[in-house]
Design a protein around this ligand. Structure first.
Ligand code: PMP
Ligand code: GLN
Length: 389
């Protein structure tokens, strides 16, 4: 069959590859980002209740009313922006669909889109399917003085051209755990001032943040929010990554275009799940208590890793922790991750997989990503295995 692939160089995602490898080798999977514990039984009951109450047919295309109301109120109380639930909030099939629909809705052939590398794997394929040109700007890697990755805004600014249509950002950042500061937002404001550049902000880890200041959403800055798709996901917040319920808040003009794509990608997303999430999330403790919940796990992993030859890095946000393995091996990251699964039964994700050229020296800092959204028992068993190295 003669096929012309639209994405000839794209294979199966690293998350799926590593999860399969973990299964094949009976390894403890600290790779792909998903909790290995169940969601709150109350939330599961609410799904049953919604089904029994008859919420089993197509819901309203942009999302059920009560869920968009809850999203509106949450965003308004946390970030002080009042999105109109009828014209500015859309419930999507996970953040993944929101990202794809946003990019497809506004990026045209030849438009340049700035992506901050290392980046989540769905961004570049979305840009390319839209006919756009990804322009990658690397973060500054950790140094002896500072063990976190940082956006180099001078390099972002230098990458802007007349063709720049969109800048995509993701904070708290997967895979590095980096979070935004006020100064980052100031820099971003300066870069877009006097341009028509749009923004896409992937904030799926907004509620998994450990800094005193908490998450700084692009929604909290009027100059940024007025041209942003702000995207989040209930998967991370309610331990239900398999439900694939996300959302996008964006000004009316952007939302109008987004919904044109959303209605033909998926039309709408499962009704009982939306009703249950609306009910559940109306109690703000379900997301406000998340930092405390995950901090215990983060610290358990960090303490455990410090008893091995890995060197754990600071993790201000997300449920991922990077660790340096240079005391163990000088293998490239992908090779090391495979070796660790096969020889020591612990699966991690190579950070290099988040770069355009995973084999390049610049993509290999001797770091792997551990997911700590796991039970204490899973984390402890993994540490025991890692201590053998
Ligand atoms: N963006 C980032 C940064 C992620 O880590 C993930 C995934 N897990 C997603 C988007 C996709 O979210 P969802 O599962 O809601 O589609
Ligand atoms: N976001 C998850 C991660 O970074 C994986 C999601 C997926 O497998 N597509 O591990």
């Amino acid at each position: 069959m003669l096929l012309t692939s639209k994405l000839p160089d794209i294979g199966t995602t690293i998350f799926t590859v590593m999860s399969k490898m973990a299964l094949d080798h009976n390894a403890i999977n600290l790779g792909q980002g998903f909790p290995d514990f169940n969601a709150d039984p109350r939330l599961l009951e609410l799904v049953n209740e919604a089904m029994l109450a008859g919420h089993n047919q197509y819901p309203y295309m942009p999302g059920v009313d009560s869920l968009r109301e809850v999203i509106r109120d949450k965003v308004s109380s946390l970030y002080k922006r009042n999105y109109n639930k009828d014209t500015e909030i859309t419930v999507t099939s996970g953040a993944t669909e929101a990202i794809m629909a946003s990019v497809l809705s506004i990026v045209n052939t030849g438009d340049e889109v700035i992506v901050i590398e290392p980046n989540y794997d769905s961004y570049v394929p979305a840009i390319r399917l839209a006919g756009g040109v990804p322009v990658r700007v690397s973060m500054d890697p950790p140094s002896n003085l500072d063990d976190t990755f940082h956006v180099n805004w001078d390099r972002v600014s230098a990458a802007v051209t007349k063709k720049t249509k969109l800048i995509m950002v993701n904070f708290p950042h997967n895979p590095t755990g980096a979070v935004l500061t006020d100064s980052d937002l100031n820099e971003l404001e300066k870069i877009i001032a006097g341009t028509d550049i749009l923004l896409l902000s992937d904030e799926v880890y907004e509620h998994i943040i450990f800094t005193a200041q908490g998450h700084l959403s692009l929604a909290s800055r009027p100059k940024l929010a007025e041209r942003s798709f702000v995207i989040s996901s209930f998967g991370k917040t309610t331990h239900t990554t398999g439900w694939k319920i996300g959302y996008c808040c964006a000004p009316e003009a952007l939302t109008k275009e987004l919904r044109k794509i959303h209605q033909f990608l998926v039309f709408t997303v499962p009704s009982p799940l939306q009703h249950a999430l609306a009910n559940y999330t109306s109690d703000s403790s379900t997301y406000l208590n998340l930092p405390e919940f995950y901090k215990t796990k983060r610290d358990r992993l960090a303490t455990g890793l410090s008893r091995t030859r890995f060197k754990p890095y600071a993790c201000p946000g997300t449920f991922f922790m990077l660790a340096d393995y240079s005391a163990i091996s000088d293998m490239p990251e992908a090779e090391f991750a495979m070796w660790l699964t096969k020889e020591h039964g612990v699966t991690v994700i190579p950070v290099s997989a988040f770069y355009a050229s995973p084999d390049a020296i610049e993509a290999n800092h001797g770091l792997v990503r551990f997911c700590f959204a796991k039970t204490d028992d899973t984390l402890d068993r993994a540490i025991e295995r890692l201590m053998q190295i």
